[in-house]
Design a protein around this ligand. Structure first.
Ligand SMILES: Cc1cc2nc3c(=O)[nH]c(=O)nc-3n(C[C@H](O)[C@H](O)[C@H](O)COP(=O)(O)O)c2cc1C
Length: 312
């Protein structure tokens, strides 16, 4: 019970309902606002004026953010989206003056080369760039519990995190982070707090703590969303490592708060960041044994076109 209460208190303190208190809160509100505009602009039936109220709120949030924090990537993406919104609505009879003013005020300060708004893609492009035998790729992944004693290239870790960043996230809020350690002494300290790496923890070439920042969530109905977004991010990270030819294994963080506190104390992780899971990884040996981990027949997981009952 005390663990559940602490979960609730942590969510209440970090998240934002009504007022955006922290930088991360405001970042999230900006992400939600610009996502609303991008989403609307991308629809086939997109109409001039759609989302004007949200666009005005976004412009006001950008001002607040720049005044209190910095003119960073969050601002740049939001400004690019507003530019796109202004262009789409240019011919419409709308009062967009406030939005234009905010864009003009800050656009010269952003230099990251980031973009926002909508873009047109073709089915051919998507198929060409995305075509692979994904089932084969997925079936070739195993949880790896034997590693070669070789360092993991930093570039491979970075690419795997970029892959994780491509995961869908609620309103594109991107609440997740991978905190990665590759020094054997650091790995040993972290692995010592985790209960599922016996027999191979000392062989790992890296260990990641995957988190979701609760400051990005707004209402009570979002209280479990961090687990969903975090799980997707963790899976994409594991697939990213797999795509780099590395081995990886999820390392559960099914713990009570006393153990969670030990990890926070060791790593300096703030209370607002929820630990979703750890991921151990490293270089594959030339030959190794893995559990078969036979999957159930597909009809266990798939129900197709089941008859529906009346909605009354
Ligand atoms: C959230 C989660 C936590 C896990 N924790 C551990 C763990 O602590 N130690 C471990 O050796 N494997 C762990 N696993 C790996 C599972 O045992 C493994 O995914 C499952 O047996 C299927 O095997 P496969 O991944 O090789 O397909 C975890 C998996 C998940 C999804």
């Amino acid at each position: 019970m005390s663990n559940t209460l602490r979960d609730a208190r942590r969510f209440w303190r970090a998240s934002f309902t009504g007022a955006a208190k922290s930088r991360e809160n405001l970042r999230a509100r900006i992400a939600i606002g610009l996502h609303f505009l991008e989403y609307g602009l991308a629809l086939e039936g997109a109409r001039p004026g759609h989302g004007l109220e949200k666009a005005l709120q976004l412009a006001a949030d950008i001002d607040t953010y720049v005044d209190n924090f910095a003119c960073d990537a969050t601002v740049e993406i939001a400004l690019r989206t507003l530019q796109n919104y202004l262009a789409f609505n240019a011919a419409a009879d709308l009062d967009l003056g406030e939005i234009s003013t905010v864009v003009t005020r800050h656009i010269g300060k952003v230099t990251g080369g980031l973009s926002g708004g909508v873009e047109t893609v073709t089915a051919d492009q998507i198929r060409h760039d995305g075509m692979m035998d994904f089932l084969k790729f997925a079936e070739a992944r195993h949880s790896i519990r034997t590693y070669k004693q070789e360092p993991v290239p930093k570039g491979a870790i970075e690419r795997a995190v970029r892959c994780a960043q491509q995961s869908p996230s609620s309103c594109n809020r991107q609440t997740c982070r991978a905190r990665v350690w590759t020094d054997p002494a650091d790995i040993a300290k972290i692995a010592a707090l985790q209960n599922g790496n016996r027999g191979f923890g000392d062989q790992l070439g890296g260990i990641a703590i995957i988190t979701s920042d609760l400051a990005h969530w707004e209402h009570a109905h979002e209280r479990y969303q961090a687990w969903v977004d975090g799980g997707m991010f963790a899976m994409s990270f594991a697939y990213g490592l797999h795509a780099e030819g590395l081995g990886a294994v999820m390392l559960n963080w099914s713990v009570t708060h006393d153990q969670d506190d030990r990890l926070r104390h060791l790593t300096g992780l703030p209370e607002s960041e929820l630990v979703i899971t750890m991921v151990g990884f490293g270089v594959l040996p030339d030959q190794l044994r893995v559990p078969v981990s036979q999957r159930k027949p597909v009809d266990y997981a798939l129900t197709l076109d089941a008859p529906l009952h009346s909605s009354e």
